[in-house]
Design a protein around this ligand. Structure first.
Ligand SMILES: Nc1ncnc2c1ncn2[C@@H]1O[C@H](COP(=O)(O)OP(=O)(O)OP(=O)(O)O)[C@@H](O)[C@H]1O
Ligand SMILES: [Mg+2]
Length: 406
């Protein structure tokens, strides 16, 4: 099943990316050397979700200001960062884009913003266009909300059901760069629907799962055991006003083995990270009304033993059957898995200081299809490169998605 919420992504002047337009897969794997811009691509999606969930001002401030978000260009020419996405909502496809302009004094304003909701035949059903602080197009009967140049108009437009679905798909994109230290410390209870960026609300998410979907928690346990950690139970544990998780783990003793309970603080880094990824991916489930619409994960292989990588890939592939996933990856062991197909791989490289990303070259894709080489082997040989023809096409034949932020 095609579980994609975001089918296409175009970026302009976002951090190291000058321009790119790519199609995403149900499970997209961004590969490439250190510092080429893989995390920047994920961050552009996260930036969009952050700006829709909090405020644009906060999303920019959290990234160190507009000068860190926009691409630094050699000539010092001003660059306007822009993000454009093609999304699938329960009511059909839509395109959404925004472009930000830096203004003197480290400030910024939304310089252009557009949303188009399509009907089944591809015609435009509803649309808005914002140019500076003017609404230049608004196809609904009701009057448009006021434009505020430091906020995304889509937030205000989400008061209308016609645009709400687009806002809702985008704001529920979730991203993880899990931090074992933060995950191990007992924390204050939080609303536990989505695992947070560093995973610190793991206990809250597990509590929620226990009450709503024990079957999914069991699936997490199965995967954790497949990864090689003999855990028989994971449960939420209240510790005064704080909460943590408790796991029952089989430990070897001279007389044989017995189960012991451990709090999160005693778990290994690899174990708690794996639990975090599995909980996020497996718990997402087919609930289309509240769970994540897309999950971005930074380097799911971190602190995993190579022999455990196959089980992790299995979990990611299964997760992608219900929720779209996008991961960055440096692990040949993870990419060795037979579930990894050529159309999932998006090689990223730096060309003259600019991030470029595209499809895997047809020659390498063919090697993989003919089982002459796995993606893991190609990665080990540093032979995963983007298709030159795709990069050329991205430069020459800009789609409508890209035009909106050009
Ligand atoms: N505003 C900006 N303008 C231009 N380049 C930028 C900007 N912000 C960051 N960069 C570049 O992006 C690079 C980091 O990219 P990113 O973190 O996405 O790499 P990565 O591919 O995820 O690497 P790794 O595999 O090490 O995690 C930095 O080295 C920097 O050169
Ligand atoms: Mg990175």
């Amino acid at each position: 099943m095609d579980t994609r919420s975001v089918t296409h992504l175009a970026l302009r002047n976002y951090k190291s990316i000058e321009s790119c337009e790519i199609e995403l897969a149900p499970l997209t794997v961004l590969v490439g050397r250190n510092g080429v811009g893989k995390s920047n691509i994920l961050d552009a999606l996260r930036f969009t979700a952050d700006a829709l969930n909090t405020t644009l001002e906060f999303a920019i401030r959290e990234r160190g200001g507009i000068d860190q978000v926009r691409r630094k260009s050699l000539g010092g020419r001003p660059t306007h960062p822009g993000v454009a996405l093609r999304v699938r909502t329960p009511a059909g496809e839509a395109e959404y884009s925004f472009r930000i302009a830096a203004v003197k004094g480290l400030a910024f304003r939304v310089d252009r913003e557009r949303c188009r909701v399509f009907d089944a035949g591809g015609g435009i059903r509803h649309e808005f266009d914002i140019d500076g602080d003017a609404v230049t197009r608004w196809t609904l009967q009701s009057a448009p909300p006021a434009v505020s140049s430091d906020r995304l108009f889509l937030v205000a437009a989400s008061g209308q059901p016609e645009f709400r679905l687009v806002w809702d798909v985008l704001r529920r994109m979730t991203f993880h760069n899990l931090n074992p230290e933060a995950m191990k410390l007992p924390g204050r209870p939080e609303p536990g629907e989505l695992l947070s960026h560093d995973g610190r609300n793991l206990a809250s998410v597990i509590k929620q799962l226990q009450s709503s979907n024990g079957g999914r928690l069991n699936r997490v346990l199965q995967f954790i055991r497949a990864i090689g950690v003999p855990i028989s139970r994971i449960a939420h544990k209240q510790a005064g006003a704080l909460e943590t998780i408790e796991v029952s783990q089989e430990v070897q003793v001279p007389e044989g083995s017995r189960n012991s309970n451990f709090d999160a603080i005693s778990l290994s880094d690899g174990t708690i990270r794996a639990i975090g990824i599995l909980v996020s991916v497996v718990s997402a489930g087919p609930s289309k009304s509240s769970g994540p619409t897309l999950i971005g994960i930074e380097e799911p292989e971190t602190s995993l033993h190579p022999a455990a990588a196959g089980a992790m890939m299995e979990a990611l592939a299964e997760g992608a059957e219900t929720t779209q996933l996008i991961v960055t990856c440096h692990s040949p062991d993870l990419l060795e898995h037979s579930a990894v197909k050529p159309d999932m791989i998006r090689p990223v490289l730096l060309d003259n200081g600019r991030t470029v990303v595209g499809q895997l070259s047809p020659h390498k894709a063919e090697l993989m299809r003919d089982h002459l080489c796995s993606a893991g082997e190609l990665l080990r040989l540093d032979q995963l490169e983007p298709d030159a023809a795709d990069l050329k096409q991205q430069e020459e034949a800009r789609g409508t998605l890209f035009e909106a932020i050009a």
